[in-house]
Design a protein around this ligand. Structure first.
Ligand code: CUA
Length: 424
C-alpha cells in the first residue's frame, strides 16, 4: 500500500505554522511597542509621575494578558495536534471520539477565573483614576482651550484663581512649564470637542465646549513633549498638535517675565519690522490676532489706522510669537538649527523631531545658533489654507475656521515676517 503523505497531517502542520506565526508576530509587536522610547507619541515611555501612574496599571494588565495569551495559545496548539483528524485519504476511519457532556469543575473554573481577573483589573483602574484626579499642592494652574485648530493657554501666574488678572499670561501653540512641578490644567473648548493628549506626561482629556475639565501633567526632566488632538474636530484635526516645553524653574521664571511684557516695538534699525508692524495694524491680521500693547481694545484706534479686534480670541495671541519654536497648531517649525555643512545657513526646517528649538529667544533673547525660518513663516502668510486645510471662507454665520489667504504682496509678506521675528 502506497504511503502518500496524508492530507490530514498536512492540514495539522499548516494550522500549527499559522498559529505559531500569528503568535510570534503578536509578541514581536508588543516587544517593539515597549521599545519605541524617543518616538514623540509613544504611550509606553512615561516621562512624568502621572504617565507613570498609568504605566503602573498597564504593566500588570499586560502581564496578566500575556499569561492568558500563552496559556490559550499553548492549549490551542495542544488541541490541534492531540485531537487532529485521523481520517486518511484511503478512507480508513478511526474510532469516533468519546462523547462527553458537561464538566462542572471546568465550567465553574472558566467562569470564575476571568471574573476574578477582570475584578482585579477594575480595582486597579479605579485606584488609578482616583490618583489621576488628586489635586496637587503647589501646582501651577493653566487654563487650556481648544480651537479649530490650535491650542491656547492662560496661566494663573499670581495664583489668585483667575486667569485674567494683571500679570497672567496668554499664549498659544506651546505650553511652557517648569520641570518637576505639578501643573493643574483646566481644559475647555471655544468651538467643538477636541481632546488634549501629551502621552509622555498623562493620558487624554476631552476639551468640551461649556465645560472645564480638570487634568494634570508634570515632566520629570526639561525637554519637549509632543501631543496630538485625539477627538475628530473638523478639517484640520490631524494638524492640531500640542507641544509642552519643560524648562528649569529659573528658565521658567525668565520665560514668565518676558511673556508678561507687552509686544516689543521693533527697533528703528530694523525698517522691515517697523513696516511690518504697520502692515499688521492696517491689514486684517489685527482683526483676529492680538499683539498686546498694539491692538488691544484699549489701544486700537481706527482713526490712526489701527484696526480693533473684531473676533477676540479666535486666533493665536502673537504678542511673543518669536519665543515659540513652532506655529500654526505646532505643525511647522519657526526655528531651525544651523546647517551642519555650513553654520552660516539654516538646517532642515522640516525636521519635526527638532521641535523648532528657539534657543534663548524662548526667554526674549538671541536665538543663535538657531535660525528663525523666514521661508516657512512667509509661505504661511502667502497662502495659509494651502499649508493647512481650513474653512477659510466665512460660513453661514459669517465665521471663519482657520486663517484665510489675505492676498498679501511679497513686500508685505517679508515685512510681516520681519515683524513676527522681532516679537520675542
Ligand atoms: Cu482638535 Cu481634533
Amino acid at each position: 500500500m502506497s504511503r502518500r503523505p496524508r492530507r490530514s497531517v498536512l492540514i495539522t502542520i499548516m494550522q500549527v505554522v499559522a498559529l505559531v506565526g500569528v503568535g510570534v508576530l503578536y509578541v514581536a509587536l508588543i516587544i517593539n511597542s515597549f521599545q519605541n522610547g524617543g518616538k514623540p507619541l509613544t504611550t509606553l515611555t512615561p516621562q512624568g509621575p502621572n504617565a507613570q501612574t498609568i504605566q503602573n496599571l498597564v504593566i500588570p494588565v499586560f502581564a496578566v494578558a500575556g499569561v492568558v495569551f500563552v496559556l490559550v495559545f499553548a492549549a490551542v496548539l495542544y488541541i490541534i495536534v492531540r485531537f487532529r483528524s485521523r481520517h486518511t485519504d484511503e478512507g480508513e476511519d478511526e474510532e469516533f471520539p468519546a462523547q462527553t457532556h458537561g464538566n462542572t469543575v471546568l465550567e465553574i473554573g472558566w467562569t470564575i477565573l476571568p471574573a476574578v481577573i477582570l475584578a482585579a483589573i477594575a480595582v486597579g483602574t479605579v485606584i488609578t483614576i482616583i490618583n489621576l484626579e488628586k489635586r496637587e499642592p503647589d501646582s501651577l494652574k493653566v487654563q487650556v482651550f481648544g480651537q479649530q485648530w490650535w491650542w491656547g493657554y492662560k496661566y494663573d501666574v499670581n495664583n489668585d484663581g483667575s486667569f485674567d488678572s494683571p500679570g497672567d499670561i496668554t499664549t498659544a501653540t506651546e505650553m511652557v512649564i517648569p520641570a518637576g512641578r505639578p501643573v493643574e490644567l483646566s481644559i475647555g473648548s471655544n468651538d467643538v470637542i477636541h481632546s488634549f493628549w501629551i502621552p509622555g506626561l498623562n493620558g487624554k482629556k476631552d476639551a468640551v465646549p461649556g465645560e472645564q475639565h480638570f487634568w494634570k501633567i508634570q515632566a520629570d526632566e526639561p525637554g519637549v513633549y509632543r501631543g496630538q488632538c485625539t477627538e475628530y474636530c473638523g478639517l484640520s484635526h490631524a494638524n492640531m498638535r500640542m507641544l509642552v516645553r519643560a524648562v528649569t524653574p529659573d528658565q521658567y521664571d525668565a520665560w514668565v517675565k518676558n511673556q508678561q511684557l507687552p509686544g516689543r516695538e521693533p527697533s528703528a534699525d530694523n525698517p522691515d519690522a517697523v513696516a511690518g508692524e504697520a502692515v499688521f495694524k492696517a491689514q486684517l491680521c489685527s482683526s483676529c490676532h492680538l499683539v498686546r500693547g498694539v491692538n488691544d481694545a484699549k489701544v486700537a484706534d481706527p482713526a490712526k489706522g489701527v484696526k480693533s479686534l473684531l473676533q477676540s480670541g479666535v486666533a493665536p495671541d502673537l504678542t511673543h510669537f518669536a519665543t515659540r519654536g513652532t506655529f500654526a497648531g505646532s505643525i511647522f517649525n519657526s526655528y531651525t538649527p544651523q546647517n551642519p555643512d555650513d553654520p552660516s545657513l539654516p538646517g532642515n526646517p522640516a525636521d519635526v523631531n527638532l521641535a523648532g528649538d528657539p534657543g534663548n529667544a524662548l526667554y526674549g533673547g538671541d536665538s543663535t545658533p538657531y535660525f528663525f525660518v523666514k521661508y516657512t513663516v512667509g509661505a504661511w502668510l502667502r497662502n495659509p489654507p494651502a499649508m493647512k486645510p481650513a474653512y477659510a471662507k466665512p460660513d453661514a454665520d459669517g465665521k471663519l475656521r482657520g486663517m484665510p489667504n489675505l492676498g498679501l504682496t511679497e513686500q508685505q509678506i517679508s515685512q510681516l515676517t520681519a515683524y513676527l521675528e522681532s516679537l520675542k
